[in-house]
Design a protein around this ligand. Sequence first.
Ligand code: 5GP
Ligand code: ZN
Length: 112
Amino acid sequence: MDCLFCKIIAGEVPSHKVYEDEHAYAFLDIYPTSRGHTVVLPKEHITSFLEMSEEKTAELFASVNRIAKKVIAVTEAPGVNIGINNGLVAGQTVPHVHVHIIPRYENDGGGS
Ligand code: 5GP
Ligand code: ZN
């Protein structure tokens, strides 16, 4: 399968791995919005979040919760954005579901 994120999971494309478990793989974003910007993937290839079952979603977000706690413990960021760009028009550039964990810092432009 010609999917960049599947290649990252397989180790065919290098990444700075943050976390891995049975269901999920997480690495640092190559163009970080902020320090510690992490991307979490389900290991199974799926293009759209809207095609995921509730069970798979629960597995993915259990990992996201665990990883976000680690990222915040390391960065000591006072806030965090957690989200998905789903679909081309929403800014999804890689067609493999992924959740962004973006630590936010004072006056970094992320808040109001
Ligand atoms: P999207 O825009 O699809 O929501 O997010 C894709 C993210 O993957 C982007 O933030 C982009 O910087 C990141 N990305 C794209 N290619 C690579 C890569 O080869 N390595 C890493 N570490 N991140 C990547
Ligand atoms: Zn994939």
